[in-house]
Design a binder for this molecule. Sequence first.
Ligand code: NDP
Length: 291
Amino acid sequence: MTAQLIDGKAIAQQVREQVAAEVARRTAAGKSRPTLATVLVGDRVDSATYVRAKRKACEELGMGSVHHHLPADVSQEELEKLIKSLNRSKKVNGILVQLPLPAHLDEERILSLISIEKDVDGFSPLNIGRLAQKGREPLFVPCTPFGCIYLLEQSGVKIEGANAVVLGRSNIVGMPAALLLIGKNATVTVCHSRTRDLPGVVRQADILIAAIGKAEFVRGEWIKPGAAVIDVGINSKPDETKKSGYRLVGDVNFDEAKEVAGWITPVPGGVGPMTIAMLMKNTLRAAEIQQ
Ligand code: NDP
């Protein structure tokens, strides 16, 4: 292996410890505990697992959390009413609506209703708009892309002037990751399902962020020697040696890429742990902004 492994688990733990220490300082000074409101609509097992992990992190870091679980057939009006009351609540600093919402709900409208000061997921059009504008700062950066950039910076990867390639243009990962890299003065190419000659484009990348949701899609021979590879993908692959019958792999063929890259994140244990750590950081920031 030539690549330096970027240990997302360890870096996320450092972020969590910093947040916990700051929360303890705040509460010792008589300030309120930063509190996250989680909103879960319906009974998707994966969404319920993510929300549980977020609430558990709040507890572990000394923060508060309040949970609202609504039935899958909740009306748009009811959900909007809840968001508005959370916007007004003095006890709530951050609001997280777990995505995806059931198809009958207008997700864009719900996200745009969240007060910008409480938008700890960073998905409100106002925050994304600010991220996209030169010289403007969003109040909150979406957690997974924030985690990707944090991993690069902590690993000493130079972003300014680098050729960065982002695979995927989703609202929650690819596009905000590309905007963040532009803001840090990288030259950015965003690829998607209609991109021609993907291997050729990837070969130009000093920094590669892969977020397409296709198991081990990026091959080692596509990687520029010495590049930094951040693998956001979480895919399950059949594996008879595991009790569960599968294992998690990223969007990059790790075994091949680690022989060529300069830095690489593993899956699991790379970007995954950073998402919740950055959500906790954002929730603390929300409490500080609102103070
Ligand atoms: P989406 O499905 O929303 O977006 C996938 C993107 O990849 C789209 O832009 C799509 O292009 C592009 N794409 C799909 N196939 C190809 C292809 N063959 N070649 C080039 N581009 C392609 O996914 P998400 O952004 O939500 O998630 C991406 C991955 O990241 C998933 O594995 C997900 O599980 C993981 N993830 C991990 C998180 C973490 O905490 N670590 C958090 C969030 C996601 P087009 O726009 O043209 O359709």
